[in-house]
Design a binder for this molecule. Structure first.
Ligand code: ADP
Length: 237
């Protein structure tokens, strides 16, 4: 009986996922088709045409980003048991992420900092670590306030390393925290969409942390900011 219940639950999750994906793909496509119609019908001055082209560009980019995130998610899910891991210097990978993020942060007047007591080695893949912390740092910038701060701290906790990504941003109301890592879950859909969010970033983070035998948790205060904590097993070298 419990097998049947489990199977039904899986089927339901799958059909919910398909429904969500369909909706997420349809929204930008509908907008693209609408603006193409507008461009084809009637004379438009150059400024209006340019505006329409810009919207088309943004919507196409949104589709691209969504498809990329779905591919990453499906790769991680299929990787489950046969992950290839190598010793990775966590500090180095996070520094790479912060270097990439710096121009976007600067544009928003946000300062990025890394505080590490020592260098930490973990068994993972450099690309996957960059994806994991890239998503968290990107969110910490996106949902921050102007002139805000993002601080990443690395500290030892027995056989684990704790990576905290802390922001001084808008925060997340408590009632959203239990579902935050679900695919396509968003606190404020319009803000997320407006800034090009796919709603998949945190589910990628959760899957990746799990893949390397770690986990992720979140604490947040509305109006003050959020802290995402990733725990990964240390590789003593
Ligand atoms: P998105 O692409 O929408 O950013 P994510 O899966 O990365 O999707 O995040 C899910 C939702 O969690 C976001 O839409 C946002 O509402 C909320 N969120 C994530 N990170 C933060 C943060 N650092 N501060 C405030 N809200 C956040």
């Amino acid at each position: 009986l419990s097998d049947v219940t489990e199977m039904r639950k899986l089927q339901q999750l799958r059909s919910e996922f398909v429904a969500n994906v369909t909706h997420e793909l349809k929204t930008p496509l509908t907008s693209i088709r609408g603006f193409i119609e507008l461009l084809k019908s009637g004379d438009r001055d150059e400024e209006t045409r340019q505006y329409f082209y810009d919207v088309l560009d943004i919507e196409a980019e949104r589709l691209h980003h969504l498809i990329d995130d779905m591919l990453v998610l499906s790769q991680i899910e299929n990787a489950k048991d046969d992950v290839q891991t190598v010793p990775c210097n966590l500090n180095q990978e996070i520094e790479t992420v912060l270097r990439w993020a710096k121009p976007i942060a600067e544009k928003n007047g946000i300062v990025l900092r890394l505080e590490a007591e020592e260098a930490f080695l973990v068994a993972s893949s450099p690309t996957r670590l960059q994806q994991l912390f890239g998503n968290l740092v990107e969110n910490a910038i996106k949902y921050n306030k102007p002139q805000g701060r993002v601080t990443v701290t690395l500290q030892r906790q027995r056989i684990m390393v704790l990576v905290k990504v802390k922001d001084t941003g808008i925060g997340i109301p408590q009632e959203h925290l239990p579902r935050l890592f679900e695919r396509f879950y968003r606190v404020d859909s319009s803000r997320s969409r407006e800034i090009g969010g796919t709603g998949l970033g945190l589910s990628i983070v959760k899957h990746l942390a799990g893949l390397y035998h770690g986990d992720v948790s979140v604490e947040s205060v509305v109006g003050e900011g959020s802290v995402f904590t990733v725990r990964l097993p240390l590789l003593e070298g």
